[in-house]
Design a protein. Structure first.
Length: 296
């Protein structure tokens, strides 16, 4: 490394290559950011809870990939109630709740406030180090933690916050999964369904999108099937998932009164997902034959 006033220059030969460390091969990578988008009600938060369940129990993922050994997860969630929504659904997903840590507030100068990416990354780094063995951080939604003054359509504003977040993920070797929503004027291109500036999806190594599955009869009439599709419109790090994969799920209600599942064991109240590792154009025929499967 050559350091001087105004710059830091790194010689490529001084860098030791390291293998990619996947939590879910082709989908969730330690040391990088993943972005998940979709309209409200299409299962984004449900998928986050499933991510957390797999990471905290070390189970095999829906496509058969063996997960890494069980580790800890930190959740940042701004839209759901902890005791009525998040914890009951973590139970239903089969997560090991002893390994799940939910960031509620930042406390400074004897005052509590919401975590902000622009101000509190140092605190988040301390949390990761103190908690230990943190494999995954989920942020739902990411715009809630970017402050009211940020213009999500200005690339420089977005990069100014997501850049340091990406550096933290790499430095601490954790996977980051953040939820966002499609912009109002989204085109039919999947890559345009990530909110605001293209800097959002540009900062992510991997992008996923949930959309409603629709069947079409011989007359061209379209009808929702009640299931959703989990697709992979962006992937910079895995040839395996360059083409979109499809997965189907059908949600079930959960209540706080249901007993918790044992850590590492799938609950009878799991939120099922049926992974179909095929190009999306084959989904309709495959979906008609699909039987219940489990995404925790």
């Amino acid at each position: 490394m050559l350091a001087a006033d105004g710059y830091v220059l790194v010689r490529a030969s001084d860098i030791v290559p390291r293998a990619m460390d996947w939590l879910w091969h082709g989908h969730i990578l330690r040391g990088s950011q993943e972005l998940l988008t979709g309209v409200p009600g299409n299962g984004k938060s449900q998928i986050h809870w499933a991510y957390v369940a797999y990471v905290t129990t070390g189970g095999a993922w829906p496509d058969g990939c063996n997960g890494a050994p069980a580790g800890n997860a930190i959740m940042l969630t701004a839209e759901d109630c902890l005791d009525q929504t998040i914890v009951p659904r973590l139970i239903a997903a089969g997560a090991d709740r002893d390994r799940v840590f939910i960031l509620k507030k930042i406390r400074k100068d004897n005052k509590e406030r919401m975590f902000l990416l622009s101000e509190d990354l140092e605190e988040l780094e301390h949390m990761i180090a103190k908690t230990g063995d943190v494999r995954l951080i989920t942020i739902d939604p990411i715009t809630a933690y970017m402050g009211g003054k940020l213009d999500s359509h200005r690339a420089t504003d977005v990069r100014g916050q997501l850049g340091p977040l990406a550096e933290l993920a790499e430095r601490m070797d954790v996977a980051l999964s953040a939820i966002t929503h499609p912009p109002k004027n989204a085109t039919q291109r999947a890559i345009d369904h990530f909110i605001g500036s293209q800097a959002f999806i540009a900062a992510a190594r991997i992008g996923h999108m949930t959309i409603e599955e629709v069947s079409e009869d011989e007359y061209g009439n379209k009808t929702p099937t009640g299931r959703g599709l989990f697709t992979n419109p962006k992937n910079n790090v895995s040839e395996r998932c360059r083409r979109s994969l499809t997965a189907l799920w059908k949600s079930r209600s959960t209540t706080a009164s249901r007993p918790p599942a044992s850590p590492g064991r799938r609950s009878s109240t799991s939120l099922p997902i049926r992974p179909l590792l095929q190009p999306r154009q084959q989904t309709r025929n495959a979906a008609s034959k699909a039987t219940s499967s489990s995404f925790r």
